[in-house]
Design a protein around this ligand. Structure first.
Ligand code: MBD
Ligand code: FE
Length: 284
């Protein structure tokens, strides 16, 4: 079977991402005052107006932009587009006031309520799951270096073809997703397979824009994690792979040098990587 035969379409994954956002948005809920709306939206519009003047945008270009915006909505690609091109700056602003392990963007493919797993565990996967086995082990600690017993690592990532379960119809529900509960010493060891780099679907409006602009549609291979423990601020982050393709040129600009794993082969066909997480107290 060729990859194309079971490739999820952009529209299918876009619609799923929109649905996932509606049913379970993570951080970011809360009141937005009318003063704040006026202030921020005015600044956004002023930026657009200035770009139109600076670039001398024509009516033909304005209509093409309108057509494209309509298609992004119809394809359900607003979560994809915004998370790829905008979220990294919101994360950057948020991170200015944070301590502990560096965060990164959530992205469009988080799904809550995945299977809870013990501290030493293998993520749910197909019996014939392709890819290099990868074990990630480490410890969750507080800012003083004390272990945090029972901390949760909510993990999700793409498979060896770059697809996410829940957003690609050919994948079983919950594939390569799980919530690993650290032991009494905050330690964990989760086995999975190394994800492939992620390619923005080329058949949807976001992919078409990228192609028309002559950019590339790739994110480096990455693991997504939300690390949480009661009394502590949860960390949304991603881990990358040393030397991986697109690491220095992520379309979503979401990499940080502190978030790069250096996995070593264990001599038995498995890669082993270590990463320790540091959580700060809640509301600090
Ligand atoms: C991804 O897998 C991702 O992590 C982000 C941020 C955007 C699109 C796809
Ligand atoms: Fe991702």
């Amino acid at each position: 079977m060729t990859t194309t035969q079971h490739s999820p379409t952009a529209a299918a994954s876009g619609a799923s991402a929109t649905e996932a956002f509606r049913t379970a948005r993570g951080d970011g809920e809360g009141q937005v005052t009318s003063e704040r709306i006026a202030d921020v939206v005015q600044a956004v519009l002023a930026g657009v107006h200035e770009a139109i003047r600076a670039k001398q945008v024509s009516y033909a270009e304005f209509q093409a932009a309108k057509q494209w915006l309509i298609e992004v909505g119809e394809g359900g690609e607003w979560p994809l587009f915004l998370d790829v091109f905008v979220e990294h700056v919101v994360e950057e602003v948020t991170a200015q006031r944070q301590h502990g392990t560096k965060g990164s963007i959530l992205g469009p493919y988080y799904l809550p309520d995945q299977r809870k797993l013990p501290s030493v565990a293998t993520l749910p996967m197909r019996p014939d799951e392709k890819g290099t086995p990868l074990a990630l082990s480490g410890q969750v600690r507080d800012l003083e270096g004390n272990p945090i017993p029972g901390a949760e690592l909510d993990i999700w990532h793409a498979d060896d073809d770059g697809y996410y379960s829940g957003f690609a119809p050919h994948l079983p529900e919950g594939n390569l997703r799980g919530v690993v509960v650290a032991d009494g010493d905050g330690r964990f060891e989760v086995t999975t397979v190394k994800p492939a780099p992620y390619q923005i679907p080329t058949d949807g409006p976001t992919g078409k824009l990228i192609e028309a602009a002559g950019w590339h549609p790739w994110r480096p291979a990455h693991l997504h994690l939300i690390v949480r423990a009661s009394g502590h601020r949860q960390i949304t982050t991603q881990l990358y792979f040393e030397g991986g393709e697109w690491l220095e040129d992520d379309v979503a600009q979401a990499t940080k040098p502190e978030l790069v794993l250096n996995p070593r082969p264990d001599g038995e066909g498995k890669l082993r990587a270590e990463y320790d997480f540091v959580l700060e107290p809640h509301d600090s």
